[in-house]
Design a protein around this ligand. Structure first.
Ligand code: PLP
Length: 376
């Protein structure tokens, strides 16, 4: 069987070889950072070095504290299920780890434009309504569309009204420059497996002047804020992945934007009916969300899989039914667009030749399935 070409880097990335080697080079000793004995002390040193390394790579002053969690999902939950007396202001295009954390909380959902951008007028109105009583949660870049929000401005506005600001940077981190001190966010979520680090490690970075409490109770790990024996090898790998990722931001941008530009222009050349989501809006350089007119996302994903490409549906498939993506429907796209969109998200390992092959396959699938549609 030929190898599948991976165009689904926003779902997860390939573990970096250097990270794998580093983990494999860890001496075989028992790693529990809470133990008092020598092994415990050695474990604690690895943990504290990883935390200091990430802190210094991100140029964090000591106003910020890093809490390691098991996933970006957990970090988002930790930020949002904490301040129960606050109203959560968020957007309908957030990841489900944010939207599904709102169930029991007082919350307000902002409107977004057809381009997925926050309605600033409504935002400021809500901030003034909940002055001093809200926490805002808005992502830097969307996982399905790659659309980027102006987080610095949104944070400034939140602070103007004495509200706190959390940003989910799980997709943006490692794909664009992020200066946490300059953004001045109160909480930010990062996840290791989106940047070539291992699964099982992520972080909530927050201003330690804010009083938060743990979501998971138990021992006193992570300054009493996240109980559970630390996943040391993943945290070590996470810190290494942060170092490698930040060292290649420029080449990442140049490489991925060239390939995405090629894909976008060539797909548009095949069919004028294609809708590119967030066209001409600032987007992640590695992400392209677009429709294949009249062909469901699910059918596209299966056909691309058969042709040797791993891509993702912009829509969720649950209990056998294809549901249009909540992101695209909240941007005002009708069902036929939402349910015919796929997401291509690439990485440094992808090549222009792979993109050329993808265009060839896209054309073939489009011609084949549209003929079937007509015959039906
Ligand atoms: N936030 C965004 C924007 C994501 O894309 C994802 C994962 O896809 C998450 C949060 C959840 O991160 P994790 O997979 O580490 O739980």
């Amino acid at each position: 069987m030929t190898e599948t070409i991976y165009f689904d880097y926003n779902a997860t990335t390939l573990l970096r070889k250097e990270v794998q080697n580093l983990i494999l080079s860890m001496p075989l000793i028992p790693y529990n950072c809470s133990s008092i004995h020598r092994y415990g002390r050695e474990s604690k040193k690895i943990l504290s070095d990883a935390r200091s390394k990430i802190s210094s790579l991100l140029n964090l002053s000591d106003q910020y504290q890093i809490i390691f969690t098991s996933s970006g999902t957990e970090a988002n939950n930790l930020a949002l299920k904490n301040l129960e007396d606050k109203v959560i202001i968020t957007s309908p295009t957030e990841h489900l780890s944010v939207l599904n954390s709102l169930e029991r909380a007082n919350h307000e959902i902002l409107e977004v434009s057809n381009n997925g951008i926050i309605n600033l007028k409504q935002y400021e109105k809500l901030l003034s309504k909940y002055q001093g009583k809200a926490i805002v949660s808005l992502m830097i870049a969307n996982n399905e569309t790659g659309i980027i929000q102006d987080i610095k401005l949104l944070t400034q506005l939140a602070h103007k009204y004495d509200c706190l600001f959390h940003t989910d940077a799980v997709q943006a981190f490692g794909k664009m420059p992020i200066d946490i001190e300059d953004l001045n966010v109160d909480f930010i979520t990062l996840s290791s497996h989106k940047i070539g680090g291992p699964l099982g490690a992520a972080a909530l970075i927050y201003k330690k002047s804010i009083n938060i409490k743990p979501l998971i109770n138990g021992g006193g790990q992570e300054q009493n804020l996240r109980a559970g024996t630390e996943n040391l090898s993943s945290i070590l790998g996470f810190a290494k992945a942060v170092e490698l990722t930040l060292g290649e931001l420029d080449s990442y941008y140049n490489h991925t934007s060239t390939i995405i530009h090629y894909l976008e222009t060539n797909i548009e050349a095949i069919s004028k009916e294609v809708v590119i989501i967030g066209k001409n809006i600032p987007k992640l350089s590695n992400t392209l969300c677009f429709t294949m007119p009249n062909v469901s996302s699910y059918i596209q994903v299966i056909n691309f899989d058969l042709e040797g490409f791993a891509v993702s549906a912009g829509s969720a498939c649950s209990s056998g039914k294809i549901k249009a993506s909540h992101v695209l429907s909240s941007m005002g796209y009708p069902e036929e667009i939402g349910s015919s969109a796929i997401r291509v998200s690439i990485g440094l390992n992808n090549t222009l030749d792979e993109a050329k092959l993808f265009i060839k396959k896209w054309k073939e699938i489009y011609n084949r399935l549209s003929i079937k549609n007509e015959a039906a």
